[in-house]
Design a protein around this ligand. Structure first.
Ligand code: BTN
Length: 258
């Protein structure tokens, strides 16, 4: 499908109304929106700073992988958030914003632990968090990549265009994402567990037989729930319980989930 330009006038107007005091930067092209923020002088890395681009030459994914998307075919966006009391909630907040945005388009998304958003069991969006540490204490950079018009040519991936008869409007979808993000920020401010509960409820992984790969190796068993920290609880065949804070999980028997 032909790329569509982002209508930055519309986006900026929505952003300014939703995030008073925030700062939205548009870059036609950048290596990575998360990396761009990390390179800024520390006084600029503060809550509300957001960066959106049409193309990343070195988009980054979780666990050292890349994230590639043809120019003008996806949403590539990062925002600086104040670190919530449970750090994982910052990532879940963005995940829920993407999840709700797809739901508002009439689609039926799912979340695969920890933060992949799926359509029809295939990955449509991924979220990456960077902690800038001493550069900006108390802040976390959360980036989202959403495949809108094109998906990488692998069976595990899909894009919004494959699920809607209408031509997906990147600008409208992005404004919807900003609205959802603001709504979830408001909910988190009023109830420290609201994001966790919604994320937990939307997880497609729980209750399924899984194969998990993490720094401690491979764990095979059944996903039986999540801890408040965001860790995935897996019960293996010997009845031993494992808690996985980071890693890749595939739902066994489902070739589409990597
Ligand atoms: C994943 O591996 O699932 C996470 C992918 C995150 C991609 C987004 S695109 C915007 C932001 N900038 C990056 O370099 N990565 C994130």
């Amino acid at each position: 499908m032909k790329p569509s330009p982002l209508r930055m006038g519309e986006i900026t107007a929505a952003f300014d109304a939703l995030f008073p005091g925030g700062d939205l930067v548009y870059l036609p092209e950048v290596d990575s929106t998360n990396s761009f923020i990390r390179r800024l002088p520390s006084e600029r890395i503060r809550s509300g700073l957001s960066v959106v681009t049409d193309f990343q030459s070195e988009g980054r994914g979780r666990r050292g992988r890349g994230w590639s998307c043809p120019a003008g075919a996806g949403l590539l966006f990062s925002v600086v958030l104040s670190t919530p009391p449970v750090a994982a909630d910052a990532v879940s907040l963005m995940t829920l914003a993407v999840y709700d945005t797809l739901g508002h388009l009439g689609l039926d998304p799912q979340i695969k632990w920890p933060n992949d958003v799926l359509l029809g069991g295939r990955k449509t969006a991924g979220i990456l968090a960077d902690i800038p540490g001493d550069l900006a204490p108390g802040c976390v950079i959360v980036g989202a990549g959403v495949n809108v018009l094109r998906a990488p040519d692998i069976p595990e991936a899909t894009c919004i265009a494959q699920w809607t008869p209408a031509y997906p409007d990147r600008t409208g979808i992005f404004v919807g994402l900003l609205r959802s993000l603001a709504r979830w920020q408001g909910r988190l401010a009023g109830d420290a567990d609201a994001v966790f509960r919604a994320w937990e409820a939307a997880l497609a992984t729980v209750g399924k037989p899984v194969r998990a790969v993490s720094s401690s190796g491979v764990t095979i068993g059944e996903a039986i729930g999540v801890e408040r920290s965001g860790a995935l609880r897996i019960l293996d065949a010997d009845g031993r319980e494992h808690a996985l804070l980071a890693g890749d999980v595939s739902i066994r028997g489902d070739f589409t989930s990597a």
